[in-house]
Design a protein. Structure first.
Length: 182
């Protein structure tokens, strides 16, 4: 599986800053099989980031992040304390993930644009804004192994020539409209 995973990753080195190695990679999220990945070291990340109701693209990419083993990569060196890995897909998905020297996810900054919204988010949207049409959306996840996780949907809706930009905070399996701004 590691050979297949690394076969998917196209890596380029960027500048080194403060004992941190940076890697950039493209990932085809559709080619990752969940049953083939075993998560051990990054179960804390998965327990906080993974949602059963998320789209398959998100679930697959989070599995890739959790299963990525920096210690098996050619750029690995014990002299570095952390590694910044940039995961990108052919779509509009970007993930910047920092791993420590033993491969644990320290932090992630994830952005998924124009994805299938979970059912509970769609329900909250219809309840709060009946008759409005979904124009665009973005799902953002910020994980820190010490501070926890923040999940946010940014959604634009339109109705009768008006547009509204909404923010839905995610707490458990509830979407709470926190901000409505124009």
């Amino acid at each position: 599986m590691r050979a297949q995973l690394f076969g998917l990753l196209v890596l380029g080195l960027t500048s080194l800053t403060q004992a941190q190695k940076s890697i950039e990679t493209d990932v085809d999220a559709k080619s990752v099989s969940l049953k083939d990945i075993i998560i051990t070291a990054n179960s804390n990340y998965m327990n906080k980031a993974y949602e059963e109701s998320s789209s398959e693209v998100i679930k697959n990419l989070e599995q890739v992040v959790a299963g990525f083993d920096i210690t098996e990569h050619e750029v690995f060196s014990p002299e570095y304390d952390s590694y910044l890995v940039n995961f990108k897909t052919t779509g509009k998905t970007r993930m910047n993930v920092t791993y420590n020297a033993i491969g644990i996810v320290l932090s992630s900054n994830e952005r998924y644009d124009d994805i299938l919204l979970p059912h509970y988010v769609r329900q909250a949207l219809v309840k709060e804004y009946p008759g409005w049409t979904l124009q665009s959306n973005s799902y953002r996840v910020n994980y820190d192994h010490q501070k926890g996780i923040k999940k946010l949907y940014i959604i634009q809706v339109r109705k009768d020539g008006q547009k509204k930009n909404l923010k839905f905070n995610v707490e458990g399996n509830q979407a709470i409209v926190s901000v409505d701004y124009d």
